[in-house]
Design a protein around this ligand. Structure first.
Ligand code: MN
Length: 469
């Protein structure tokens, strides 16, 4: 009886692991991923093969990993979200006695005991039915799989990570990589094939499909709602952590899995640190709060920055810097249309900021603009927050990129100290349309008057009370 119960418990566990209810209904479809593989194949040279690995898992603490994040290229091409996998894409059809195929996916094997600890796995059958692959094997079958890589004109693959754990099973990521290197006789990596991989994935990913545009609109929209809520809730006594938490709560409220990058929530001097991430100042006083926060929704990242006075009113100096960044952004928007060289976006932003800083007397030599505007104005946006794309090309319809000029004046800068500790960035996510552009993040105000007005509204978060500790 005991044995029977144990068996029953095992079967029950497996069943429990297999079914999951109430999932979101707006994931990318298997047809989307199939279409992306087809498009990838079209860009491959004759008689070539492409090899794409999952990202490694990463240690958070001893035997605890960070939440897993898939390699965006793997996700784009397959929809598979688990580690320890490798995708082979063939330019030409392969035939065996009973099948024709042009792609194979090796995945993590199902394991009832493991799944009750670390989560559900799709396994071979799940990948076939849910992701639409015909040829799917467990990772452990890769080693014995008959494939002669020497017969291909080229093996196209991305840089292979080296800082990964190896569980010595031979078929975790380290094992799959070892098998690939040995089958393909790779002793040193080939930069040329990496460049080809980059070129193909950049060409595809820089132009968003209809399905991707839908997810991009969602991720940007919900990030804007979060920014607006913080603007309503903010006050001189709010901590950076709390503002950060409101963003994250709202992302989760709308079903975003994560943030697209570590949130940057910094007041005053902290706002002058470009990738500030501590977010631990206990209050903001009367400083400017710079928030560069965007959600990741079904893989797609928003990237929105708003800078607001924590006390609801810009000082004259804060306003002067803010208006200059705003003007730079407006001027860049004017050239956001098909045909504009991508590099012109930053040239325009730099020109406006340089002239403005000269006029305000903050710099006297145009070259010194770099001290206060040290980054660039734009990057592509999508599965990666700094997305793949041709940064030396021209703007095309259905590209999405950021427009994010900024000015940062840390303490002890060589200018009147009334400007010190003012950091301003305004960042919006722009979609190139047939005839012009659309600002996807227009829902969050940018004009200083509108920001001041919004800070006067009350937020639900102002009403929340928790016990003191
Ligand atoms: Mn950005």
């Amino acid at each position: 009886m005991k044995q029977f119960l144990l068996l029953f418990a095992c079967a029950f566990t497996l069943l429990t692991v297999q079914s999951q209810e109430n999932l979101p209904t707006d994931y990318l479809s298997k047809e989307f991923h199939q279409g992306r593989r087809e498009a990838f194949r079209n860009l491959m040279p004759a008689n070539s093969v492409a090899v794409i690995f999952s990202y490694p898992e990463r240690v958070f603490s001893k035997d605890i990993n960070y939440n897993y994040h898939q390699n965006p290229d793997m996700y784009y091409l397959t929809g598979y979200k688990e580690p320890d996998a490798v995708l082979l894409l063939f330019k030409d059809n392969k035939t065996t006695a009973n099948d024709t195929y042009n792609e194979i996916l090796f995945v993590r094997e199902r394991n009832a005991a493991q799944e009750t600890w670390t989560g559900r796995r799709l396994g071979v059958e799940g990948v076939k039915s849910k992701l639409g692959f015909k040829m799917v094997y467990n990772g452990k079958d890769f080693n014995a799989f008959a494939i002669d890589f020497k017969k291909f004109s080229q093996i196209i693959y991305d840089k292979i990570p080296t800082d990964i754990r190896n569980n010595k099973s031979g078929f975790d990521l380290a094992g799959l990589i070892e098998t690939f290197k040995s089958k393909a006789s790779i002793t040193a990596e080939n930069e040329t094939v990496h460049q080809l991989f980059d070129k193909i994935t950049s060409t595809l990913r820089e132009i968003k499909t209809v399905e991707e545009l839908d997810l991009m609109r969602k991720t940007v929209k919900l990030s804007c709602i979060a920014h607006n809520e913080v603007m309503k809730a903010v006050g001189p006594d709010m901590s950076e952590n709390e503002a950060d938490g409101i963003h994250r709560y709202i992302h989760k409220h709308y079903g975003a899995e994560d943030e697209g990058y570590p949130p940057i929530v910094g007041a005053g001097a902290n706002g002058c640190i470009l990738h500030y991430g501590e977010n631990n100042a206990t209050k903001m006083d009367n400083q400017l709060l710079l928030m560069d926060v965007g959600s990741e929704y079904h893989g797609y990242s928003a990237d929105v920055t708003r800078t607001v006075p924590a006390n609801g009113k810009f000082s004259p100096e804060q306003k002067a810097i803010y208006e200059l960044v705003y003007e730079a952004q407006e001027e860049v928007f004017k050239i956001c249309k098909e045909g504009t060289p991508f590099q012109d976006l930053n040239k325009k932003a730099r020109e406006v900021i340089t002239n403005g800083l000269l006029k305000l007397g903050i710099i006297t030599d145009p070259k010194d603009v770099r001290m206060y505007y040290p980054h660039s104005c734009s990057h592509f946006l999508g599965l990666d927050v700094h997305d793949k794309g041709n940064y030396m090309g021209n703007l095309k319809e259905n590209m999405i990129f950021t427009v994010e000029p900024g000015i940062y004046i840390p303490a002890n800068s060589k200018c009147d100290k009334k400007w010190w500790n003012i950091g301003v960035r305004i960042e919006d996510d722009v979609l190139i349309t047939k005839s012009s552009y659309e600002n996807l993040s227009a829902e969050s105000p940018r004009k200083w008057q509108e920001i001041e007005a919004l800070t006067k509204q009350k937020s639900t978060f102002n009403e929340m009370k928790f016990p003191k500790i």
